[in-house]
Design a protein. Structure first.
Length: 632
């Protein structure tokens, strides 16, 4: 796992010191060594966290005639198979690095080499013969890559903060990105918080040649192609075979390896497979809270004992919030998922013992594990039943209006959802379940000046663009597809990448192996969600593999008790930050509304915890990246 950066100038040389400073700004991503390729107007920089081939894997890597130069952040898990095939064709390898297969595949296949790679990656490949740059990012977006193109020159890096060192790039905040952040907790690709910097979207590559860029998607999850097997047991076995293979591939490492263990089904499954593949006890790591409603430590301990792992636990207390400014610095952009705190801490403590940690990320998105999936399917059934009743539309409108008076009432919330579904469709209604700030919330909290700046911008249009238009797809599959294009890459993958890389730890996700994703997408939807049973086919296979208490427990997620903390230990920080003159004068928000939100939450009148967390992160981000205040 590493950091990469690069500069291609137009008719002038690359400043070596600028390139080195860019790379060293991200040194925590690659603390073991650095390497550079600088020739005239081309500069490539690399920081390395050594995982495979500790002795000869230094980058940039080059091919036999040195016409290609590669820098890569990531792991290619099927590199041994690819290397054997390439060597049989006459390719000569200089190292034992997994990344070197990219060079030789590119020699044979060009950009189609991406179809052969099974792993997580973001890489840059300079072709000196064609004078072209090939940037690519893995299918799910596990590894980040940002870039800026100005006046026929291109700059790129693993992290945004490295690009901010380039004098030509202006630190101008994009108002529409702020609006998207308030809705989705993160800023989705291809936007970033700055106007002049873009993200390379997951499953895309970019070719830059003669000052021009071409962007293409090379993969997408496909729910339309269905696998037809004899019975449920055959589906369950197919799932198990591919997941086991994906896990086994991710055990290849030249450094110590372990796993995050939450006590949920997904991480427990991965730990179980690891235990079956290993001759030694697996190293497992968990975090929890003193607040029992938020802690899963008892379940994690149960799984650890079941598989005989070497288990370590850590308690996260409110005083850890002091680390928040440092985390904001590492995230580069505003980020609104409060589970960034425990994820960072479990990664930090895990790094004390191992350098690679497997996790259960992606199980929910593949196998419909979130409660919102079955809740939405239940509401769909209610909607279809209600539609047949006489006078349904009139009654629906009347009941939906009750929501304005009683927004916390479950009865009126259901009617509001049904009314919105009728008027805007299921995509809009599902998006409403994901957002922290709805349009109504934003209309209240935004200042008149910022509202005018946005000029009718609607963050829901982004979700509408990714919501599938294929009428043959089941509603569940549409929800899963949208999560693969928003929540998974832009929130979950960003959180895991930053938490691990900030601690020089590599995270690996077997559930996000693209072979596994493609297989599960081909399953009938009722094998994922059957009635109110989520992950139905996986649970069927795990019946005699995991303890019954794990299979039957309710889903907790990775929530953080910030709502409680904001009313107690963290109240001074919340008030001092959000109600400071500095924050209130930014121009984004109506000061009176922000004050009212803080007061209502502290007094217990309303729960604004998720929205206040988002506003807090936005303000801290401004202080560090716009005001240039020290994050420490």
């Amino acid at each position: 796992m590493c950091a990469i950066c690069g500069i291609i100038r137009n008719g002038k040389g690359v400043d070596p010191e600028l390139l080195r400073t860019m790379a060293r700004t991200m040194a925590y991503r690659g603390p073991d060594e650095e390497g550079y390729y600088i020739k005239e107007n081309i500069g490539l920089g690399h920081r390395r966290l050594s995982i495979i081939d500790l002795n000869t894997g230094r980058q940039p890597l080059t091919n036999e005639d040195e016409s290609l130069h590669l820098i890569c952040n990531g792991e290619i898990y099927n590199f041994l198979q690819l290397r054997s095939h390439l060597e049989q064709k006459g390719h000569i390898f200089r190292t034992k690095s997994d990344n070197e297969v990219i060079l030789h595949l590119y020699e044979d296949l060009g950009t189609k080499c991406l179809e052969k790679l099974r792993g997580m990656f973001a890489f840059a490949l300079w072709n000196s013969r064609e004078k072209s740059l090939f940037l690519a990012r893995d299918r799910v977006g596990k590894k980040p890559l940002v870039y800026s193109i100005k006046d026929g020159e291109i700059f790129f890096a693993s992290e945004l903060k490295a690009l901010l060192l380039v004098p030509e790039i202006k630190k101008e905040v994009d108002p529409e990105s702020v609006d998207l952040f308030l809705a989705y907790q993160a800023i989705p690709s291809p936007r970033t918080i700055f106007r002049e910097i873009k993200k390379l979207p997951p499953a895309h590559f970019l070719i830059w040649e003669q000052g021009r860029a071409r962007l293409e998607r090379y993969w997408d999850v496909d729910f339309s192609r269905k696998l037809r097997l004899k019975d449920k047991d055959e589906y369950a076995q197919a799932l198990w075979d591919v997941l086991t293979e994906a896990t086994r591939l991710r055990l290849i490492s030249d450094v110590p390896l372990g796993a995050f263990l939450s006590g949920g089904i997904d991480s427990s499954t991965i730990v179980g497979i690891m235990s079956a593949c290993s001759s030694r006890p697996v190293e497992t790591f968990s975090v929890g809270f003193d607040e029992k409603d938020f802690s899963e430590l008892s379940y994690a301990g149960l799984v650890a004992r079941h598989f005989g792992t070497r288990h370590r636990e850590f308690i996260v207390k409110p005083d850890v919030i002091s680390i928040l400014p440092k985390l904001v610095y590492h995230y580069n952009e505003p980020f609104g998922d409060s589970s960034m705190i425990p994820t960072y801490y479990v990664a930090r403590e895990t790094k004390r013992y191992v350098t690679v940690a497997l996790n259960g990320d992606g199980g929910d998105e593949n196998l419909a594990g979130y409660t919102r999936y079955w809740q939405t399917k239940l509401l769909e059934r209610i909607d279809r039943t209600f539609a047949s009743l006489p006078g349904a539309s009139r009654l629906l409108s009347m009941c939906a209006r009750g929501y304005a008076k009683y927004p916390q009432n479950t009865f009126f919330r259901v009617w509001r959802w049904l009314d919105e579904t009728r008027r805007h469709g299921y995509g809009y209604a599902y998006a409403r379940r994901l957002v922290a700030f709805s349009n109504e919330h934003k209309n209240l909290v935004y200042s008149p000046e910022f509202t005018r700046t946005l000029s009718g911008t609607d963050s829901f249009r982004f979700f509408s663009d990714i919501w599938p238009k294929d009428g043959n797809l089941n509603l569940l599959e549409k929800m899963l597809y949208s999560d693969f294009h928003l929540y998974l890459p832009e929130v979950l993958m960003v959180k895991m990448d930053i938490a691990t890389m900030a601690n020089s730890l590599e995270g690996r996700s077997p559930f996000l192996d693209h072979k596994f994703i493609e297989l599960i997408a081909s399953f009938p939807p009722d094998l994922k969600l059957r009635g109110g049973v989520t992950k139905y086919i996986l649970k069927r296979k795990l019946k005699h593999f995991l303890p019954a208490e794990i299979l039957k427990r309710r889903k907790m997620g990775f929530g953080v008790p910030v709502g409680i903390w904001f009313r107690n230990e963290l109240k001074p920080m919340l008030v001092d930050t959000l109600l400071s003159q500095m924050a209130l004068s930014r121009g984004y928000f109506n000061p009176a509304v922000v004050k009212r939100m803080v007061e209502e939450h502290i007094s217990g009148v309303s729960d604004h915890s998720s929205r206040l967390w988002i506003l807090l992160n936005l303000e801290l981000w401004h202080r560090i990246f716009v005001d240039n205040k020290d994050y420490g």
